[in-house]
Design a protein around this ligand. Structure first.
Ligand code: AHG
Ligand code: MN
Ligand code: MN
Length: 334
């Protein structure tokens, strides 16, 4: 890329649309709305530190308006924009028990799945958080949408991405032809291409896991973590342990530097914590497009047939060789 060229996300999407005529205008329109949602949520996230001054969830502010929690605000932003757009027939969200039907959009061709604010426990301590999205095409435009349209395998995603509200705000996405990252230039309020065609290293030296749960992990995972901490100069071990507790932040760092993120099943929660539709599938699509892997311990994440909207699944995601290694150890220790 020519260092002097400034490419905005809008420009990039319109170029892609010209290159791949099958990427119809509707998908570009959804991206326009997602971008707007990102800017609106970014604005609210940047004010989060003032919450004690401006009011907290359930409290009433000086204008007499009820204050909402940031994850509820973020969810509302996505829903409102999708309602206005008409491009998506419905939205499923980590924040809502039921499907959100977009009014008047019965003919909408797409379905959106979102985790409107990931890592929300980190808001109060000013660490990175994010929003995750995943887009599917409805299976048949001729019949009313049913659960089958929403419970599609991750391999059917037409697009996925996240917005990270970190030191800078970034929009990272894929439509199945590589992964590109755009950084928000606050002064012009535009996302500008900063990370073209992201590829993740096949091997890294970072492992990210909540080790507090170690005793409850499967035997193979315990052994792999022990291996990560073992000493071997040639293999750059011990690896570095890095865990923020915000999937987006941990994933983003490992994607760029190389590493593995694990949220295994435990004896108390055999399916782990992360949600297949809102967290694992979009991240799996991105990581595979960047040359990495995502596995549940028993199968490739994107090949899992979802059974319920809010289904959880164990996940091992990141640099391909590291994912293969832990899965191999799990198989040996079954
Ligand atoms: P969310 O804030 O959307 O509920 O997601 C929190 C998730 C994820 O972001 C993070 O990686 C994980 O929970 C951390 O869980 P532990 O605190 O159990 O490690
Ligand atoms: Mn989440
Ligand atoms: Mn969330």
């Amino acid at each position: 890329m020519n260092q002097n060229t400034l490419i905005t996300l809008n420009q990039f999407i319109s170029d892609q649309q010209n290159k791949f005529p099958f990427v119809k205008g509707t998908l570009s329109k959804i991206f326009g709305d997602l971008q707007l949602a990102a800017k609106m949520i970014n604005r609210d996230v940047r004010k989060a530190g003032l919450i004690d001054i401006l009011g907290n969830f359930g409290e009433t502010n000086v204008q007499g308006e009820e204050q909402k929690k940031l994850d509820v605000i973020s969810n509302d932003v996505f829903m409102r924009l999708m309602d206005l757009s008409g491009a998506c027939v419905c939205v499923v969200s980590e924040e809502d028990e039921h499907i959100h039907w977009c009014p008047g959009a019965e003919d909408g061709k797409y379905i959106l799945a979102i985790d409107p604010l990931d890592g929300s426990s980190n808001i109060d301590v000013n660490a990175s958080i994010g929003s995750i999205f995943s887009i599917y095409k409805r299976l048949s435009p001729d019949k009313p949408v049913d659960h089958e349209d929403i419970l599609q395998k991750g391999v059917n995603q037409v697009a996925a991405g996240y917005i990270i509200y970190g030191t800078a705000t970034m929009f990272v996405y894929t439509t199945g032809s590589g992964v590109n990252g755009f950084t928000l230039d606050d002064s012009i309020q535009e996302f500008c291409l900063s990370h073209a065609d992201i590829k993740t290293p096949s091997m890294g030296s970072i492992f990210s896991v909540n080790e507090g749960n170690l005793k409850e992990f499967p035997e193979g995972v315990i052994k792999y973590i022990d291996y990560c901490k073992g000493e071997n100069k040639d293999e750059k071990r011990p690896y570095s342990a890095r865990y923020i507790g915000s999937l987006i932040a941990d994933f983003h760092r490992n994607l760029l530097k190389g590493g593995i993120y694990m949220y295994p099943g435990t004896t108390k929660a055999p399916n782990g914590k992360l949600r297949l539709l809102y967290e694992c599938n979009p991240m799996a699509f991105l990581v595979e497009q960047a040359g990495g892997k995502a596995h549940s311990g028993s199968q490739r994440i994107m090949e899992i047939q979802p059974e319920t909207f809010h289904q959880r699944v164990p996940v091992f995601i990141g640099s391909g060789d590291m994912v293969d290694h832990v899965i191999g150890m799990m198989n040996e220790n079954k």
